[in-house]
Design a protein around this ligand. Structure first.
Ligand SMILES: O=C(O)CCC(=O)C(=O)O
Ligand SMILES: [Fe+2]
Length: 241
């Protein structure tokens, strides 16, 4: 019943954690979530498969598929030179429009000028040691542009830690991100440190496309961040930038 009428959202109001950092619980419907999970499975099939980026020789515990631009520590390239050299898929038009709606939802206005050109799609599953993936404190600062980052979460809930722009330590605010939640950080919060210290396995809601007991077999958590790189578009092999 609560899923039908959205009663659970009464206990999880929209919240501005810091100036420019807005959490909107339950923003995507279950149908939208499941549809996006289907797209994630398509993106993961290539031309560039999901991979764990290596930082200082160590693989991250999340596996990432990139669209538009390929992110590798700590730069963006058109071709996935640290995977198989193939060019990444473009950011689909529906995802750009969804990002625009997200920014409009967070800040008001129509966000017509928001044109993200990169999407990083992270999958949090079980890593090689049997532990759930997580992500340490970091800033998203490889973009030249300071346009907001739009974050969409699907699948298992996680603990999301949103800090400050100065240090990777306190003060920070911990918030639970659940399947369907939107988080936007821009303006004075654009360069705030943030992390995913914990994912809670088995908490994905029925119908989101990632539910199931085994995060290794397609379960777990997906997070999409939309970004504006500020990099020059170079012509694609087919001619369209
Ligand atoms: O998974 C999340 O909620 C955050 C992901 C993130 O911070 C990133 O991809 O840079
Ligand atoms: Fe990040």
């Amino acid at each position: 019943m609560s899923a039908l009428f959205g009663d659970e959202l009464l206990a999880r109001p929209r919240r501005e954690l810091a100036p420019g950092a807005v959490h909107v619980p339950g923003w995507l419907t279950l149908r939208q979530q499941a549809w996006i999970v289907d797209r994630f499975r398509e993106w993961s099939a290539g031309p560039v498969p999901a991979r764990a980026a290596r930082i200082g020789g160590h693989p991250m515990s999340v596996r990432t598929v990139c669209l538009g631009w390929h992110w590798q520590p700590y730069r963006y390239t058109r071709e996935a030179t640290d995977v198989n050299g193939a060019r990444v898929l473009p950011v689909p038009e529906w995802l750009v429009r969804l990002g625009r709606r997200a920014v409009a939802e967070a800040y008001g206005g129509d966000a017509a000028g928001y044109v993200p050109d990169a999407a990083l799609v992270n999958h949090y599953g079980v890593d090689r040691n049997g532990d759930m993936a997580k992500m340490g404190m970091h800033q998203d600062k490889d973009e030249l542009s300071r346009e907001p980052v739009v974050s969409l979460s699907i699948g298992d809930s996680c603990l999301f830690r949103f800090g400050n722009t100065e240090t990777r330590t306190r003060p920070y605010t911990d918030v639970e991100l659940r399947s369907g939640d939107l988080f936007v950080f821009g303006g004075p919060s654009r360069l705030a440190y943030h992390a995913v210290p914990k994912v809670f396995p088995g908490t994905a809601p029925e119908g989101c496309g990632l539910e199931g007991p085994n995060p290794f077999e397609g379960g777990g958590r997906i997070n999409i961040t939309l970004r504006t790189t500020g990099l020059e578009a170079s012509p694609a092999p087919g001619g369209t930038p």
